[in-house]
Design a protein around this ligand. Structure first.
Ligand code: AMP
Ligand code: ZN
Ligand code: FE
Ligand code: FE
Length: 284
């Protein structure tokens, strides 16, 4: 089956509006979808509203689950935690995201100050102009650096100025453990996004005891031995395996394709988010 549980929209740093992403997902034949913007839920809200309008017609079945990709810090490194909320997005977490949105802006302001200090001429307005949605971030900072002629590509901007190691943009404000605990407290499923192979074991050792439930094993960039390693870790830690492409839509074409995956690999995750066969049968 074709699924995608990790997709960005223009609400954070993706290119396409949530309604457009929904249309692209349909075109790709994706059956089960999560929009997971950085520290923001508006993309899901908008896609869900569009989906509710469509269901009146005869569109192919597509299931949507509320998702967020939380930016967090763990021992000074950056960890992205995916949160999925089968019963809808809980109100208290909306307040949490409002605070996260302000923290993201403060982080960019500090990043701009540090860039100014090392001789880069750039203003917060230059960055804000690149960010039409809610969740401003380093991708927008990269675009501003390109627009002002300081960097030539996004990769160049990240390598020279924006990587965590470079230390110019501070680490995310929220602690990974707090975010995992909060997701669980509100009935969500917490999964590790795009696991960094060199740190994944340490991250799981720290976060599984706090309630981390899953790990993104299947995605565009993971194949062969790397995928086997993640499957092994999922088994050892007793984690749900998820699938997501982390698509942002910045390529030459609107090439959202999702992840083509044998259902058996992700069945426990599908059941957990209410997209399993049992829940389908009970709805009809
Ligand atoms: P932020 O949410 O501000 O920490 O930014 C994280 C986002 O920046 C990621 O989701 C990617 O979209 C983007 N990103 C991170 N590292 C790189 C990189 N080396 N090259 C291009 N984009 C990157
Ligand atoms: Zn992103
Ligand atoms: Fe991420
Ligand atoms: Fe992502």
């Amino acid at each position: 089956m074709r699924v995608d549980f990790h997709v960005h929209t223009s609400v954070s740093d993706g290119r396409f509006a949530p309604e457009g992403v929904l249309a692209l997902a349909r075109r790709a034949g994706i059956e089960s979808l999560a929009i997971t913007d950085h520290d923001a839920i508006e993309g899901f809200d908008r896609a869900a509203a569009r989906l509710a309008e469509e269901t009146a017609g005869s569109a192919a079945p597509l299931r949507l689950v509320a998702g967020v990709e939380f930016s967090t810090s763990l021992d000074g490194t950056e960890v992205h935690v995916l949160g999925y909320f089968p019963a809808g997005f809980p109100a208290p977490l909306r307040d949490f995201l409002a605070r996260a949105e302000r923290a993201r802006m403060a982080r960019i302001e500090e990043g701009v100050r540090n860039l100014n200090r090392v001789g880069v001429r750039l203003t917060v307005d230059d960055v804000a102009r690149q960010s039409p949605g809610r969740a401003i971030g380093r991708s927008h900072l990269a675009r501003a650096l390109i627009a002002t002629g300081v960097a030539c590509t996004t990769a160049d901007a990240f390598r020279r100025f924006l990587s965590t190691e470079r230390g110019l943009v501070p680490a995310p404000a929220n602690a990974a453990g707090d975010v995992v605990a909060r997701i669980r407290e509100h009935g969500g499923v917490a999964a590790l996004a795009h696991p960094p192979l060199d740190r994944v074991d340490a991250i799981l050792r720290a976060l599984v005891p706090l309630g981390m439930d899953g790990i993104e094993v299947y995605g565009k960039r993971r194949r062969g031995v790397d995928q086997l390693y993640l499957e092994t870790l999922a088994r050892e830690y007793g984690l749900l395996k998820t699938a997501g492409s982390d698509w942002h839509g910045h390529g030459k074409l609107p090439d959202l394709a999702g992840v083509d995956i044998a259902k058996d690999h992700i069945r426990p995750f599908l059941e957990r988010i209410g997209h399993g066969e049992a829940s389908r049968a009970s709805r009809t």
